[in-house]
Design a protein around this ligand. Structure first.
Ligand SMILES: Nc1nc(=O)c2c([nH]1)NC[C@@H]1CN(c3ccc(C(=O)N[C@@H](CCC(=O)O)C(=O)O)cc3)C=[N+]21
Length: 296
């Protein structure tokens, strides 16, 4: 059992080293260079930072990065055409369409147009269904990163009480599935949950994925519990913008057994898991044995 502040940056760097080794083997043994395509629609400045970080790290592990930008007023058909082209492109193993999309586009329709075997976000209904039934799926990156950090803290998770606060399709729901598969007793709580504080206090593993800055207080946490903070909220403090999680870190760190910080926790793991999923997709589509040590 690991305790204290869990360094997501270091864990992600180690995962990227393993990804780089697997990418090198794929290149040397099979002449294949993995490729990840990232599609950004519009000019949202925060999204641009993520896209840049993803591209840099993709190249650093020895994979090709293909960036596609469409203007905010591009039509949904233009985006669907681009997705269809990437689906056909043999140099592209993984496709990520950055969310949120502009309001005139139907995100479900776009996501479900991605070839499921290239859906490295794990958002396609086919991957969602495979995960929900315990079949081999591409698993969403943030939940995958959370599970890796929990494995680092606990090893075996069997029988532990897990409370997931948040029921989104991209974090809460898939993470609940993964925790069930790992034999946790899982509660999914949300904004309408009655007495959220006392539900949280039951948790051996508390996942905060609500998107509300510092909502989870120290006295909501069972002493010694593991706290995984998925929130990334930009707040203004003393005239400066800062990133904070969904957990009040100062209060929580005094009570928790292990806790992930923001920044430097789940965020870097999410990007590392995107590279891992791209490698996984590249192996599966060619029926190659998947590299060990890359997933939960
Ligand atoms: N299709 C799609 N897939 C995504 O995975 C996806 C998306 N759309 N839209 C936006 C969100 C957000 N997201 C982040 C990933 C890493 C950090 C990250 O590494 N954050 C750093 C800090 C970065 C900073 O300083 O701004 C950290 O927490 O330490 C943040 C946010 C992925 N997203």
């Amino acid at each position: 059992m690991k305790r204290g502040i869990i360094d997501g940056k270091a864990t992600a760097a180690e995962l990227r080293r393993r990804a780089a080794a697997a990418a090198a083997r794929l290149r040397e043994d099979h002449g294949i260079t993995c490729g990840l395509a990232v599609v950004l629609v519009g000019e949202d400045p925060a999204s641009q930072v993520y896209v840049r970080n993803k591209s840099t790290q993709t190249r650093e592990v020895g994979m090709n990065s293909f960036e596609h930008r469409l203007s905010a007023d591009a039509s949904e058909d233009e985006l669907l055409e681009l997705v269809a082209k990437l689906n056909r492109d043999p140099a592209v193993d993984g496709i990520l369409v950055q969310l949120p999309l502009p309001p005139h586009m139907n995100a479900d329709r776009v996501i479900n147009a991605i070839a499921p075997h290239k859906d490295v976000d794990g958002f396609h209904i086919s991957n969602v269904g495979l995960l929900g039934t315990g079949q081999r799926a591409l698993v969403p990156c943030t939940p995958l990163g959370c599970m890796m950090m929990l494995r680092e803290i606990h090893g075996d998770l069997s029988g532990l009480e897990a409370v997931v606060v948040g029921r989104s399709n991209i974090v809460g729901k898939p993470l609940a599935q993964l925790l069930m598969m790992a034999n946790c007793t899982v509660t999914v709580a949300h904004s309408r949950t009655r007495d959220l504080a006392s539900v949280c206090r039951r948790a051996d593993i508390l996942i905060a994925a609500v998107g509300r800055a510092e909502m989870i207080r120290g006295d909501w946490i069972k002493p010694g519990a593991s706290v995984i903070d998925v929130g990334i909220n930009r707040v203004e403090r003393d005239g400066k913008f800062r990133l904070v999680g969904d957990v009040n870190f100062g209060e929580a760190a005094a009570v928790a057994g292990a806790i992930t910080p923001v920044p430097g926790g789940v965020g870097p793991m999410t990007i590392a898991c995107l590279l891992v999923n791209t490698l996984t997709a590249a192996h599966r589509v060619r029926n190659l044995p998947e590299p060990a040590g890359l997933t939960v």
